[in-house]
Design a protein around this ligand. Structure first.
Ligand code: SF4
Length: 458
């Protein structure tokens, strides 16, 4: 999972601080590393700074503020493809025979391994293990073409998920795969255009949301203005990621025209109808990602909502910590029930999802230790039973609690008195897009072209 941000200013003002701020707003999409690339106006070569950790640790704001560049892209990363390490930190950059290129990628290219093997057999030497580097090598193999044509040619060969911010020389390019897996938006503030993984990153730089980048669209921004072209691939249907609405995107973002906050509230409301808990004294949410669904649940059920579990704001999401040990520790140090609210009470606890089950198990145990009489778990999404091949780190069924266990065994494992999930139809109708536009593969197993695909047609 990752976040991308890019900016281009027509009147020459430096955009590096905007990109830094944009990445700051997208920190929830990746906490392992951060990087920014820009084009030096004089030499035309691409420059970058990259580092491990959170944005403010990985990047030196003071240093960036002292530089001038009127176009730049940035990236925050949690590794879905390729191990963590500086070589894999985005943007991936190159200076090749037709100019400079930098790519920041959110998603996962499902046929990247096949392309890589083919390119290596023709002599390509990869610098990283990211799927993203295949884009640059595909471009370099079309070095008789101008860079934009080479990029379009590279993209038409890819399968899977890619929302990109690209620098081609001084031009800013945004591209979204033909299936629309990951969000990508276009924004504007006066003479500066922005592309971002989520609209919340436009808010921080004072830009307005212009529109979503459409699935299969390439937007090119330069001194001449803005133009839109298509990736020459026909998608039979769209696959906008349902999990963005359930968990990943910030609630103050608008994804494909839908307010994430409103969708989460509706998820909770529908859950209260399909899985009521009339005996609960209070409804509470697992902070932060279950909170809005819990408010929706309590509101529609006419039950009392209390923020009975408090989250330490300075601890990152446990789901995106790299090891099981750190994940387990993370739950312990991150959540704390309010004893006075839970002691002797019957609780309906709403969470967004159960992935590994660690958070639910430890949280329920803590709530019980604080004297709760009964703990009912309500999940505002269907059981996650299948891996995601499109950029979210749910890569193996062994990691997924609902893939290994039936619901009653899972209920007993996490220690709940009852456990109910939202149905897929309710998930889809809560998002409000046509069902044929939404990816639900990790819930249903219905993947684009059957899932992983290393076929390559070059
Ligand atoms: S498989 Fe799940 S997480 Fe992956 S893109 Fe589809 S809905 Fe999103």
């Amino acid at each position: 999972m990752a976040g991308v941000f890019g900016a281009f200013c027509k009147n020459g003002h430096s955009v590096l601080e905007d990109v830094y701020l944009g990445l700051y707003a997208l920190q929830h999409r990746g906490q392992e590393s951060a990087g920014i690339a820009w084009n030096s106006n004089e030499g035309g070569e691409v420059n970058s700074v990259k580092g491990m950790g959170l944005v403010h640790i990985a990047l030196d704001q003071k240093y960036l503020a002292g530089l001038r560049a009127n176009s730049a892209i940035g990236h925050v990363r949690y590794s879905a493809a390729g191990p963590s390490g500086l070589a894999n930190v985005h943007p991936i950059t190159a200076n090749y025979s037709m100019g400079s290129v930098a790519v920041a990628h959110n998603g996962n290219i499902t046929n990247a391994m096949g392309i890589r093997h083919m390119l290596e057999s023709r002599g390509a030497i990869f610098q990283s293990t990211t799927d993203t580097e295949t884009i640059i090598h595909l471009m370099a193999h079309q070095s008789h073409k101008p860079p934009l044509d080479a990029l379009v040619d590279a993209l038409r060969r890819l399968k899977g998920a890619y929302s990109l911010a690209v620098l081609l020389g001084n031009r800013l390019v945004a591209a979204r795969d033909p299936w629309g897996f990951r969000p990508l938006v276009l924004g504007r503030r006066e003479d500066t255009f922005y592309v971002a993984s989520e609209s919340c990153a436009l808010d921080i730089v004072g830009a307005s949301l212009v529109r979503d980048v459409k699935p299969g669209e390439i937007i090119v921004i330069d001194e001449a203005g803005i133009k839109s072209i298509r990736i020459p691939v026909e998608a039979s249907r769209l696959y906008s990621c349902a999990f963005e609405y359930v968990y990943f995107a910030r609630p103050d973002s608008v994804v494909d025209g839908k307010s994430v906050y409103e969708v989460r509230k509706t998820l909770g409301c529908k859950l209260s109808a399909s899985a009521p808990c009339p005996t609960a004294d209070i409804v509470t949410g697992m902070p932060d990602s279950g909170t809005i669904a819990a408010i929706g649940y309590a509101g529609c059920a006419g039950q009392r909502y209390e923020a009975a579990i408090v989250r330490n704001r300075f601890v990152g999401r446990t789901f995106i910590q790299p090891t099981q040990r750190v994940r387990a520790l993370g739950v312990k140090i991150k959540l704390n029930p309010i004893k006075k609210l839970v002691a002797g009470k019957e609780l309906a606890v709403v969470d967004d999802s159960i992935v590994r089950g660690t958070t639910a198990e430890r949280a329920i145990s803590m709530i019980r230790q604080d004297g709760a009489a009964r703990v009912h778990i309500r999940i505002a999404s269907p059981p996650v039973r299948f891996p995601c091949y499109y950029g979210i780190d749910m890569l193996s069924c062994e990691e997924l609690a609902a893939a290994k266990l039936d619901i009653d065994t899972l209920r007993a494992t996490v220690g709940a008195d009852s456990l109910h999930y939202l149905g897929i139809e309710d998930l889809v109708s809560s998002i409000g897009l046509p069902p044929s536009d939404i990816c639900t593969a990790c819930f249903s197993g219905e993947y684009l072209d059957g899932g992983e695909d290393n076929g390559v047609d070059l």
